[in-house]
Design a protein around this ligand. Structure first.
Ligand SMILES: Cc1cc2nc3c(=O)[nH]c(=O)nc-3n(C[C@H](O)[C@H](O)[C@H](O)COP(=O)(O)OP(=O)(O)OC[C@H]3O[C@@H](n4cnc5c(N)ncnc54)[C@H](O)[C@@H]3O)c2cc1C
Length: 452
């Protein structure tokens, strides 16, 4: 086993720990809880177990922590969230973290613009747009009450007229990375409202990294096999060696699990395999363009949709946190096809899309650019786990411990906050607490650092 960066991420009281305590390096081949993955779920699980004073080992495939919530500052010299950016809900970690970090947070604007060709939608047109969204949401919610789950496209009212394509994008591909016909009405209806959010000026990924400060982890150590022998233990295999634990928490995405990158011995029960297959990841990517001189003439963090005539559309978050970054989001089947064509094609699309909406001069204003390609990220293989129609129960199934030793956590298992950092975080806390209970640990209050 490689020497590891094990210093003690501690916190006998994580709630109070503004600066974590550190202990001497410790051996890594045997522990109480092996945590696979250092994204939001893995970090939360480690926080909870550390707070209970029990031993754990975080094993991470990538050379960095954060998973799908990571902020880059090198590409543009300003924070750019490669994955999650919106911290949803009034109880979110960004707000809470301000009390003990230097990070700067502020409410995300609640409104949005709609572009119709090269002009903004007028007041009455915006009302039509919002009305189309409300009626669509109502249709989906009503369908979710039915005896059998249906796909969200079937639940749309028939009279959306030419607002239908943008409504489909705003309710499906943009938030969940899948077209409405691939989304379960029950799953979408159960998902918590995402209408109040905050932004972190330094990036959501920077915030998560701050929450993980001091957390020991074995980086660049992809787990290849998880063996549960008859004895009461789990052997977690990486190319660098084996970590033997009493329990394992697996937070790898359902994309990674479905691809068979981690072999389970014995094989997972069919119930869990089916659940993983039913929670396929949708496609969502950010295409960031650095625009000189605010050529779009928009305020910081303005969100813009287009009254499109089909799936070939996007969302724009302009002047992110007051920087020159215009972030164009693509998702669903169109986003998947585009990302498969590579970064150049994505940047070209975003540039042309903006030029069509704001004029040809935009092309000249583009300086540096970058596109994420989450479907090709080897340790994610997609963006967000949205349940296939009829399969909302897959989330609950995946939380059932396997052979009393293996616990799954991560955004995919959260019933209402799936597809969010907060959901991933909560799921990590829950898995850790389930294990601590098994270990006979009397649980005190959960750490206060609980993102949503
Ligand atoms: C483009 C995009 C935009 C998004 N926008 C938002 C948003 O605005 N707000 C929001 O709340 N959420 C958003 N999300 C979703 C959010 O990022 C995820 O829900 C959340 O980060 C998932 O956390 P997790 O811990 O479940 O999984 P991950 O972050 O995927 O963490 C799993 C970890 O496991 C590691 N791993 C995988 N395989 C192995 C292995 N074999 N061995 C060891 N380690 C392994 C991975 O490297 C990773 O670090 C977005 C996602 C994307 C992609």
């Amino acid at each position: 086993m490689m020497p590891i960066t094990r210093r003690s991420f501690l916190a006998a009281s994580a709630a109070a720990a503004a600066s974590p305590a550190f202990a001497a390096p410790a051996p890594a081949t045997e522990t109480e809880v092996a945590i696979i993955g250092a994204g939001a779920a893995g970090i939360a699980a480690a926080t909870r177990i550390a707070a209970a004073g029990r031993r754990f080992e975080v094993i991470e495939a990538a050379a960095r922590l954060g998973g799908r919530c990571i902020t880059d500052t090198k590409i543009f010299g300003v924070p750019f969230d490669l994955g999650a950016h919106w911290a949803y809900g009034p109880d979110n970690p960004v707000t809470k973290a301000t009390s003990w970090t230097e990070l700067n947070v502020y409410p995300a604007p609640t409104g949005q613009r709609v572009r119709i060709g090269q002009r903004n939608a007028r007041e009455n047109e915006l009302e039509d747009f919002l009305d189309a969204l409300v009626r669509s949401n109502r249709g989906i919610a009503e369908a979710a009450q039915g005896k059998t789950d249906v796909n969200c496209a079937r639940a749309l009212p028939r009279n959306l007229g030419d607002w239908q394509p943008v409504a489909e994008f705003v309710l499906g591909a943009y938030p969940f990375g899948k077209d409405l016909n691939e989304l379960s009405a029950v799953d979408v209806t159960k998902s918590a409202p995402r209408d109040s959010a905050v932004f972190c000026r330094q990036g959501y990924g920077a915030l998560l990294a701050r929450l993980a400060a001091g957390m020991p982890a074995q980086f660049s150590s992809p787990v290849t096999r998880i063996v549960t022998p008859a004895a009461a233990r789990v052997d977690v295999h990486t190319a660098k060696g084996v970590v033997t634990a009493r329990y394992a928490i697996v937070t790898a995405s359902t994309g990674v699990l479905a691809a068979g990158k981690i072999k389970f011995e014995p094989e997972l029960p069919k119930r869990q395999l089916d659940a993983i297959a039913a929670l396929k990841l949708g496609s969502l990517d950010h295409i960031a363009l650095e625009l000189a001189g605010n050529p779009l003439n928009l305020q910081p963090d303005e969100l813009v949709f287009e009254k499109s005539d089909g799936k070939r559309t996007a969302a724009l978050l302009a002047n992110v946190s007051g920087t020159p970054l215009a972030v164009v989001d693509v998702g669903g089947s169109f986003g998947r096809e585009l990302s498969a064509k590579g970064e150049r094609a994505m940047i070209d699309f975003a540039t042309e899309w903006l030029a069509n909406l704001y004029g040809a001069d935009i092309r000249k204003a583009v300086k540096r650019s970058h596109a994420t390609r989450w479907n090709a990220e080897p340790w994610a293989l997609g963006a967000i786990a949205a349940a296939a129609p009829g399969n909302q129960s897959a989330r609950g199934i995946l939380t059932e411990p396997v052979r009393d030793r293996i616990y799954f956590a991560g955004e995919a298992v959260h019933e209402t906050l799936w597809g969010t950092v907060g959901g991933a975080w909560d799921s990590g806390i829950r898995a850790a607490e389930a294990i601590l209970r098994k270990m006979g640990v009397a649980l005190g209050p959960a750490p206060a650092r609980r993102p949503r």
